[in-house]
Design a protein around this ligand. Structure first.
Ligand code: PLP
Length: 406
């Protein structure tokens, strides 16, 4: 990998109107024109650098979009009021009624519900398949298929998609590959590996302070403009517009993304390795036991590690709930959904973020009720955290007998 996303983000430089080191925030919903003709041309999409109305675009949102385009190495990027705002816009833009989607069966619960339940209204159907089985992926493509959709590292099972091969397959069939890269910003440059459209929930690692929801679409200039089209752009017409104040604060947080991702990865790798040694069922792409380990190694930017998420299967929902409550009492993190915070966050996906997926299907996917998803924090002394988590497990009799601390 020679694409240096974080260097490119650092090199973006703007001066505020008064010489500030941060760009000025555009605190306006509407913009004046010196001539009526220019206003008409702007509506027609024929003027560059003119702002019309902030649902369409605003300077603050464009600044954040430029940084996100640098993150993925795409021509352009649009920002949205949430990850789901970005995802639903992309899908609605690419599909007409009666179309079909080929999608990984392990994805974010909200995306699953949107594809499975909401798109029924338009008779758009989705084949949920094992994205790591390229033969099945190809067999599922029909003449109605409008995209292959997957997550680079999936929620919550941390399956790793082989983006290069999927991209080859998508190109062969003349359809776009859409990749949700929320779990692995900087770790994986999905667009550089061949994804045509990359979506992000900025709510997670990219913003990293769990104080807002936001999303992004990174893609070609043509596709980004089509989403903004005043006549038929899904982004423009469905209206999930990000507020300028938030766009400005997310841009400021994004400047430290590379430092945070390295630390999240280092800490998650440490804990996953230690818990696996203790005989626990730990899932982390950095472990050799992980089925996607080699794929991850091949497509990752090594300096950022294998990401900040890991899972532990502690056998039953009762164990999972008791452990999470105790870890919270011991100040080891929060029993909360979401990810990318400075503090560790843990939740049981089967009864929270993936509860949209029916129980039988969860079992088929290997999403067991004792599974805890951890978004590992920026703890300064991760060994101390390990010992404290381990002592919680000992108290609850969750550690396998063979685990003896030396
Ligand atoms: C959280 C999440 C989303 C949805 O993003 P919101 O900002 O909550 O709308 C989509 N995909 C993944 C992988 C996520 O973790």
């Amino acid at each position: 990998m020679d694409y240096k996303a974080s260097d490119n983000i650092q090199d973006l430089q703007y001066f505020g109107e008064f010489g500030g080191v941060n760009p000025s925030i555009s605190d306006s919903s509407t913009y004046t024109f010196l001539s009526a003709k220019t206003m008409f041309d702007t509506f027609e999409g024929n003027t560059e650098g003119c702002y019309l109305y902030s649902r369409h675009s605003s300077p603050s949102n464009l600044y954040l979009g430029e940084a996100l385009a640098q993150l993925e190495g795409t021509e352009s990027a649009n920002v949205y009021a949430s990850g789901m705002g970005a995802i639903s816009s992309v899908i609605m833009q690419l599909c007409n009624a009666n179309d079909h989607i080929v999608c990984s069966r392990t994805i974010y619960g909200g995306t699953y519900a949107f594809l499975k339940n909401f798109l029924n209204k338009f008779n758009i159907s989705t084949s949920f398949i094992d994205i790591t089985n390229l033969e099945i992926v190809e067999k599922s493509i029909t003449s109605k298929t409008k995209m292959i959709y997957c997550e680079a590292v999936s929620n919550p099972l941390l399956e790793v998609a082989d983006i290069k091969s999927l991209s080859r397959l998508a190109k062969k069939h003349g359809i776009p590959l859409v990749v949700d890269n929320t779990f692995s910003p900087l770790n994986i440059n999905a667009a550089k590996l061949g994804a045509d459209i990359v979506v992000h929930s900025l709510t997670k690692f990219i913003n990293g302070s769990s104080d807002c929801v936001a999303g992004a679409v990174c893609a070609s200039t043509d596709f980004c403009l089509s989403l903004k089209d005043v006549n038929d752009g899904a982004g423009m017409l469905l209206g999930s517009t990000l507020d300028s104040l938030r766009a400005a604060s997310i841009l400021k947080n994004m400047r430290t993304l590379h430092v945070r991702i390295k630390k999240h990865s280092e800490n998650a790798h440490y804990l996953a390795t230690a818990f696996e040694k203790d005989g626990l069922k730990a899932v982390y792409p950095g472990l050799e036991s992980h089925p996607g380990h080699d794929t991850m190694k091949e497509q990752m930017n090594a300096e950022y590690g294998f990401g900040g998420l890991m899972t532990l299967d502690v056998g039953s929902l009762e164990n999972a709930n008791a452990l999470m409550e105790l870890m919270q009492e011991e100040k080891l993190g929060y029993l909360a959904v979401s990810l990318g915070f400075y503090k560790t966050l843990f939740s049981a996906p089967g009864t929270s973020t993936s509860s949209e997926i029916p129980m039988e299907e969860q079992e088929e996917l290997g999403l067991s009720q004792g599974l805890i998803r951890f978004s590992i924090g920026l703890d300064n002394d991760i060994h101390k955290t390990y010992l404290a988590m381990r002592s919680c497990m000992e108290k609850l009799d969750i550690l396998p007998r063979k685990a003896v601390l030396v």
